[in-house]
Design a protein around this ligand. Structure first.
Ligand SMILES: Cc1cc2nc3c(=O)[nH]c(=O)nc-3n(C[C@H](O)[C@H](O)[C@H](O)COP(=O)(O)O)c2cc1C
Length: 371
């Protein structure tokens, strides 16, 4: 068994966070991860896609047993209560991943308020819905609301500077997200090997924990993250390719099938994104180079101000194709570690395997190297 400050803080069995992978549903994945002793995260950004990507929104509602005609707050409330119901008997712990970017502020507030209200109405939920996880924006200003309501606050960042801002904002657990990771990355990304120890050195102390994400998929990478000073890890791509994962079949299988150098970076909704390499994503990368070169230069440009909508149209069409099992047109996001993932196990089996390998490595390291 591996005990860390993260397992102690959250009362979970393993120092593993299952990533909230929006805008796609991972409602059932979250239940499975929480029941396997990890922190399970719900993605919530699919709630924004009711009109432009109904296939994404409808999958979110269907897997969460919510009525798609309800408003955003009610849909989320239904999903939170369902998750609580399905994890409470096994002592599962979970939280929603809420985007807090400036343009979504109004909606972020609705989502956080919905979670606060759910716990007020049913205090038993405080044992399961323990975490508020925020992403894709500035953490400053959210602390009073989130920590005032008694949540453990986790926020994800891509740089040492952003980690220091989290610390100033009062975040409890800072997730350092390296460039190896799946889907959206940063305009000026750092890889995990540099980012994890950099963030640990800058912000880790008795009040602030650090979790590493990006490229972590097995016991070796978990052990390495702990050796770099992390209190736990965040895993997305590894959880995506599991039996319980809500992702479309084609997406899950494509992660399993990915080979050496199996991903590339091209435009995503809100900036650079890591996609599985296939002819469709290669075409998207070429178009990105022409129409959104900032993705490769590290100079942000916004879809909001671009007159030419062809990149976002291409992306939407490609994601729709995944849901329709149209292999030719499909484009799927995943992390570099896809090339190291060769199976689609049940979540509990995968987690046990990761933990067993990490324990063996941590025990063996001393014997093997120290004289
Ligand atoms: C398909 C997919 C969708 C994702 N969507 C989100 C998201 O909506 N919000 C977020 O904070 N991170 C998102 N991520 C990133 C994960 O939270 C996590 O940082 C990443 O998967 C970790 O790297 P790994 O893929 O190597 O495990 C997504 C990742 C994937 C693969």
């Amino acid at each position: 068994m591996i005990k860390t400050r993260l397992t102690e803080l959250l009362g979970i069995k393993h120092p593993i966070i299952q990533a909230g992978m929006g805008p796609f549903s991972n409602n059932n994945l979250c239940v499975a991860a929480a029941n396997a002793g990890c922190l399970g995260l719900l993605s919530t950004s699919g709630l924004f896609n009711k009109d432009d990507q109904p296939w994404v929104y409808n999958a979110f509602c269907e897997t969460g047993e919510a009525n798609p005609d309800d408003d955003m707050g009610k849909v989320l409330d239904t999903v939170l209560k369902r998750t609580h119901r399905l994890v409470k008997d096994k002592g599962g712990v979970f939280g929603p991943n809420v985007m807090v970017s400036a343009e979504l502020k109004e909606y972020s507030k609705i989502m956080i308020e919905t979670a606060i209200k759910a716990r007020e109405e049913n205090p038993e939920m405080k044992n399961t819905l323990k975490v508020m996880y925020t992403s894709a924006g500035d953490p400053m200003g959210w602390g009073d609301m989130i920590k005032g309501a008694g949540f453990t606050w986790i926020h994800i960042i891509p740089s040492v500077r952003a980690a220091m801002r989290c610390k100033k904002a009062g975040v409890d657990v800072i997730v350092a997200s390296g460039h190896e990771g799946g889907f959206h990355t940063h305009w000026e990304p750092l890889h995990s090997m540099v980012l994890f120890p950099g963030v640990v050195e800058a912000v880790s102390d008795e009040k602030t924990l650090v979790v590493g994400g990006g490229g972590v998929s097995d016991g070796k990478t978990l052990a390495a993250s702990l050796a770099m000073g992390c209190d736990g890890v965040l895993m997305g791509t590894r959880f995506l390719a599991t039996q319980e994962s809500d992702f479309p079949r084609l997406w899950k299988q494509s992660v399993v099938d990915a080979q050496d150098r199996g991903t590339l970076v091209a435009r995503g909704y809100v900036g650079p994104a890591r996609w599985l390499r296939n002819p469709r994503s290669e075409e998207h990368a070429v178009n990105t180079l022409k129409k959104s070169p900032g993705v490769f230069l590290g100079t942000p440009d916004s879809y909001m101000t671009m007159e030419d909508t062809s990149l976002i149209d291409f992306e939407n069409e490609s994601i729709k194709a995944v849901y329709e099992e149209d292999k030719e047109k499909a484009m799927m996001a995943a992390g570099e570690c896809a090339q190291r993932i060769n199976d689609m196990p049940k979540v509990a089996d995968m987690v046990q395997g990761v933990m067993k390998e990490a324990e063996e490595i941590l025990r063996g390291v001393q014997k093997k190297y120290l004289v």
